[in-house]
Write a protein that binds this ligand. Structure first.
Ligand code: PMP
Length: 453
């Protein structure tokens, strides 16, 4: 048996505590038990096998993919076992752990800039395509559009679940990243005529009707960069397979991810939290005899310094165990003045205080600007700087770097210590969104018990 034979046939684990009071059974398909640590081992193996069969990938060839995530890890593992080189392109925002995991399997990692539109030649997918074309023996796995990705789940994940539940499954719930899992497993289960397929999607993701603005759960949903001309959905996602989509907030996903570890002993990633929130909503309306299967794509080990870290939660303004001392939220915050990034001096409200700072936010199609995440913000404009400027002057002319974000339930002393001392204003995050502005002197006064000057 090789390590690749250990891919698939993952256990189905019944959830017992977080399901208290529900008539339906809820079972979790533990994909984090695959040897590479995630559901993506299945797609990676199927894509490599298909390319070997078609002759696109030849002995001694180079497997190329653009992803910071689990597919890269799966491909790197398979490349090591089969004697290929692996070249993985990742955005510069990828965690050190992920890059180190890829390197541990012997993959070569190419780092490019993240957060650029898909059309940009520096975009991860563009760099990967170029490297695959330029490298002798190069083959681009292309999980977003490779039919072997949903094909893996049609051939394995779906049938396994059908067999493991003794054909009793009534509902299947999974997140949608490339769409491979839900499209493949969903297609198989739907064909039985008795299973409802439910997608679990971050609230802002466009799959479920969101506006594509940033969110905090990694690896699922579909984010759209505001400068994107034409948004393209992966060909691996077949929306017609999905009966309905449950939209889940970051806060709900993160809270559920932590509950799973503490109440069920299941340490999984945040996309599992999203899927389980959706699964419990689905189960709520069901009668005894119903059986919900929810897919858990990866392990929480990869996110110990994020969703499982109380400091990270507090810095982003998500609920966390109470911290000592006065908190950022203990000083009164002023409502942020939010303006579109293309606003001009003419767009400034008539009455503003001399100290007002406007926050310039990337525009969203069809959405008024509200509660932006730090990733939406391009800069801050002290309105004093605009005095006397012509009405059609773009506000970006006066833009300074974005106000440093601090969490509403973060200790004031920590917020002060980790933000540059010359920034007088800080953006307060609640559930990861900018909800107010506080001044440094007011926080300092709080920590020293002196009135603010
Ligand atoms: N969760 C995690 C952690 C993942 O890495 C992925 C893969 N992007 C998904 C969910 C979504 O799976 P799929 O690409 O098959 O839709």
């Amino acid at each position: 048996m090789s390590v690749l034979d250990a891919i698939g046939d993952t256990p189905l684990i019944r959830l017992t505590r977080i399901t208290a009071g529900l008539a339906a059974e809820v079972h979790l398909k533990a994909e984090f038990l695959n040897p590479g640590g995630s559901v993506k081992d299945r797609a990676a193996l199927a894509m490599v096998q298909a390319a070997e069969e078609s002759g696109e990938l030849l002995p001694g060839g180079v497997i190329v993919e653009g992803t910071s995530g689990n597919t890269g890890i799966g491909l790197a593992m398979i490349a090591a076992q089969r004697g290929y080189r692996a070249l993985v392109v990742v955005p510069d925002k990828s965690s050190e752990e992920k890059i180190k995991t890829l390197r541990a399997y012997g993959a070569e990692v190419v780092i490019t800039v993240g957060g650029v539109p898909r059309e940009d030649p520096r975009h991860v997918s563009q760099v990967a395509a170029r490297l695959a074309a330029e490298t002798p023996g190069g083959w681009l796995a292309g999980q977003y559009d490779n039919p072997a990705n949903p094909g893996a789940h049609l051939a394995t994940t779906g049938p396994e679940i059908w067999r493991q539940t003794g054909r009793r499954i009534t509902h299947f719930v999974a997140g949608i990243g490339t769409g491979g899992t839900i499209s493949g497993a969903g297609a198989f289960l739907r064909k039985t005529g008795t299973v409802t397929i439910v997608g679990a999607d971050p609230e802002n993701s466009v799959y479920g009707g969101g506006d594509g603005s940033p969110y905090y759960v990694e690896s699922i949903g579909h984010y759209v960069h505001p400068a994107t001309d034409q948004d393209v959905w992966p060909q691996s996602y077949h929306p017609q397979v999905v009966d309905r989509i449950e939209r889940v907030s970051d806060r709900e996903s993160i809270e559920m991810t932590r509950r799973l570890a503490r109440e069920e002993g299941i340490l999984a990633g945040a996309s599992t939290g999203t899927a389980v929130v959706a699964a419990l909503r689905v189960a709520q309306g069901l009668h005894p005899g119903s059986l919900v299967v929810v897919l858990a794509p990866d392990s929480g080990r990869a996110y110990l310094s994020k969703y499982f870290d109380d400091g990270w939660l507090r810095r982003a303004g998500f609920p966390a165990p109470p911290a000592p001392g006065p908190l950022v939220g203990d000083v009164p915050a002023t409502a942020p003045l939010l303006l579109a990034a293309d606003a001009t001096v003419r767009d400034l409200p008539a009455r503003t205080g001399p100290d007002t700072v406007a926050i310039l936010v990337l525009p969203r199609r069809g959405r008024p600007i509200s509660d932006p995440a730090p990733g939406d913000v391009i800069g801050a404009v002290p309105l004093a700087a605009t005095a006397g400027a012509a009405p059609d002057t773009p506000l970006t002319t006066f833009a300074q770097p974005p106000l440093p974000p601090v969490g509403i339930n973060e200790p004031a002393i920590e917020a002060l210590a980790r933000t540059p001392p010359d920034t007088t204003r800080l953006a307060v995050l609640t559930d990861g969104r900018i909800t107010g502005i506080v001044t440094r002197p007011s926080l300092t006064a709080l920590t020293s018990n002196e009135p603010a000057s």
